[in-house]
Design a protein around this ligand. Structure first.
Ligand SMILES: NC(=O)C1=CN([C@@H]2O[C@H](COP(=O)(O)OP(=O)(O)OC[C@H]3O[C@@H](n4cnc5c(N)ncnc54)[C@H](O)[C@@H]3O)[C@@H](O)[C@H]2O)C=CC1
Ligand SMILES: O=C([O-])CC(=O)C(=O)O
Length: 354
């Protein structure tokens, strides 16, 4: 092969040619599914430019999409080449999940149908959950047992649960769902309300499902104002806003973007996926981030559903932040989103029986 780019959908692993100019750490293999779609179009650049795995870590990108999209994917591969990114060691476009998942250390499972105006994310369940059953089976067969899987495709929590169920040889802790976009939205809303840069707002939590029942919780949030950390709730001093407008704005932000763009969030979703995977690989220190993880029943959440909790990450392992106070209002919100996840799980298991 004359170039570093491997564009044949049927290429074998050995056909990936390494960019000889990359001479740092050994490249890692990373897969993005739905690679010809909207979110991937932003996400691939972020991964290949070093924003996720660090500025010293070369990557091979495995790009999975369905067979009819291979022509479009070829265009994406051309554009990646044209970016001339020093950390991009090679690209493997394919329509074969087993080829795509072979030996990957990180999997961004984006490929799934997006919702249109007027739909809830769970309306996608019947159409999308089988994709995650099939991809779980393929991961189980060919991926590394320490692969870190981030499910973005909706309904993300339940798809992640199903993916894990069909990949029993990979630890459940390695499957997560994306609620980081909700966290970023919540942080941004509060920063604007308080009047500080977004980086100065911390400890906002997203509990539960990535759906309109999610609970964006600012009761522990702090903002750095004039060099000192202050409680966001005390600074805003408006309980109605904290329990009303703030919560519903974040819950409905995805629908608001669809109403405006006629397509679902893509740029912000890609940024959130990068944030999630970067923090999982590189750690959070004492920052709290929200991730959908398999519930152990913490905070009275139903066990064995993928539920978003506040976590910290160290050495590649997430840990749920413990010991937070749950108010009566928060209890109701957690119970409602937990109930929805239990219902989605049952529906998904029924679909997967077929
Ligand atoms: N968790 C979150 O916060 C967010 C989740 N999403 C979800 O992400 C998903 C993707 O969104 P977009 O990129 O905007 O959609 P898109 O329609 O632009 O792209 C999806 C891509 O997935 C591909 N695909 C379909 N079935 C596949 C399969 N079995 N294997 C591999 N690829 C497959 C399609 O051919 C298409 O290229 C949607 O389900 C959307 O609802 C979107 C925004 C935020
Ligand atoms: O709302 C949607 O369908 C896409 C999505 O998950 C989001 O933007 O949070």
């Amino acid at each position: 092969m004359s170039s570093i780019w491997c564009c044949r959908p049927t290429a074998a692993d050995s056909d990936i040619v390494i960019n000889k100019s990359v001479s740092m750490a050994a490249p890692i293999k990373v897969v993005v599914t739905g690679a010809a779609g909207q979110i991937a179009y932003s996400l691939l650049y972020q991964i290949a430019s070093g924003a996720v795995f660090g500025p010293e870590q070369p990557v091979y990108l495995h790009l999975l999409d369905i067979a009819p999209m291979m022509g479009v994917l070829e265009g994406v591969v051309m554009e990646l080449a044209d970016c001339a990114l020093p950390l991009l060691a090679g690209v493997l476009p394919t329509a074969n999940p087993e080829e795509a998942f072979k030996d990957v250390v990180a999997a961004f499972l984006v490929g799934a149908m997006p919702r249109r105006e007027g739909m809830e994310r769970k309306d996608l369940l019947a159409a999308n959950v089988r994709i995650f059953k099939e991809q779980g089976q393929a991961l189980d067969k060919v991926a590394r047992k320490d692969v870190k899987v981030l499910v973005v495709g909706n309904p993300a929590n339940t798809n992640a649960l199903i993916c894990s169920k069909y990949a029993p040889s990979i630890p459940k802790e390695n499957f997560t769902a994306m609620t980081r976009l909700d966290q970023n939205r919540a942080q941004s809303q509060l920063a604007a309300k308080v009047g500080v840069p977004v980086k100065d707002v911390k400890r906002v939590i997203i509990w539960g499902n990535h759906s309109s029942t999610q609970f964006p919780d600012a009761s522990n949030a702090v903002a750095t104002i004039g060099g000192a950390e202050k409680s966001v709730a005390q600074v805003i001093n408006d309980d109605e806003y904290m329990k009303g407008t703030f919560v519903t704005t974040v819950q409905k932000r995805g629908a608001a973007v669809i109403a405006a763009r006629k397509m679902s969030s893509a740029l912000s979703a890609a940024k959130a996926a990068s944030d999630h995977m970067r923090d999982w690989f590189l750690g959070t220190g004492d920052r709290w981030v929200s991730m959908g993880v398999v519930s152990d029943g913490s905070y009275g959440a139903p066990p064995d559903v993928v539920f978003s909790f506040p976590v910290t990450v160290s050495n590649g392992q997430w840990k749920i932040v413990q010991g937070l106070t749950i108010s009566d209002f928060a209890r109701q919100m957690l119970d409602a989103t937990g109930k929805e996840l239990v219902e989605e799980k049952q529906e998904a298991l029924d679909v997967c029986k077929d």
